[in-house]
Design a protein around this ligand. Structure first.
Ligand code: ATP
Ligand code: MG
Length: 185
């Protein structure tokens, strides 16, 4: 993950960024997630996500004027949640978008508190945040056939911070750049 300037995310709209808040894995967690992706791909097929794209979306903002970045940062500044560990141990499949993912059999309350605090702050500042129930997941496969969920080696992910990410489409797929990072307590 690179940390570039804020230019050039969308040639058609130079002053907007495609943004989302996310959990971003440390190196060891990313390697473990990538191994889980390889395992799931052997069972379900499809297109594996590149290791450098693996993440959990906390709140999706979509196309956003760059001038709103300070407001977004102020929203994230209000979040006060203790660090926690996420154990990702269950494969999941969504038929409607053919995505194969890794999720948690048991999600710690801090995770939902984090999503809730962030979403509440963002809505309060006027951002339209998805109101559907949040399912913590790492997308591992796209255009996958799915099938019976294979047993997965659990991935223990220490959650110590969250990030604001800008996504941009390149010839080789999506690229995600962390713009800012907020530590948990
Ligand atoms: P593409 O949409 O081109 O296939 P992508 O989904 O990887 O690429 P984005 O659309 O920028 O890239 O999405 C970034 C992240 O936010 C992804 O994890 C995606 O699943 C999630 N996301 C996208 N749209 C929404 C939405 N409406 N609600 C919740 N999460 C979303
Ligand atoms: Mg998308």
């Amino acid at each position: 993950m690179t940390e570039p300037g804020l230019t050039g995310s969308d040639p058609a709209e130079p002053d907007t960024l495609r943004l989302f808040f996310a959990l971003w894995p440390d190196d060891a967690t990313r390697d473990a997630l990538d191994r889980a992706g390889k395992w799931l791909h052997q069972h379900w097929g499809g297109r594996r996500m590149r290791a450098d794209t693996l993440h959990i979306t906390l709140a999706f903002l979509g196309s956003t004027p760059a001038e709103q970045l300070d407001v977004l940062a102020a929203c994230a500044d209000t979040v006060r949640i203790d660090a926690f560990e996420l154990v990702l141990d269950q494969a999941g499949y969504w038929r409607h978008n053919r995505i194969g993912w890794l999720g948690a059999g048991r999600t710690p309350p801090q995770h939902f508190e984090l999503v809730g605090a962030l979403s509440t702050a963002l809505r309060g500042a006027g951002f339209a945040v998805d109101a559907r129930p949040h399912v913590p997941h790492v997308t591992l496969l796209r255009n996958s056939a799915g099938g019976a969920p294979p047993a997965c080696e659990p991935v223990h992910w220490p959650i110590r911070d969250f990030v604001l990410v800008a996504s941009r489409r390149e010839a080789d797929g999506m690229h995600y750049d962390a713009i800012r990072r907020w530590p948990l307590a």
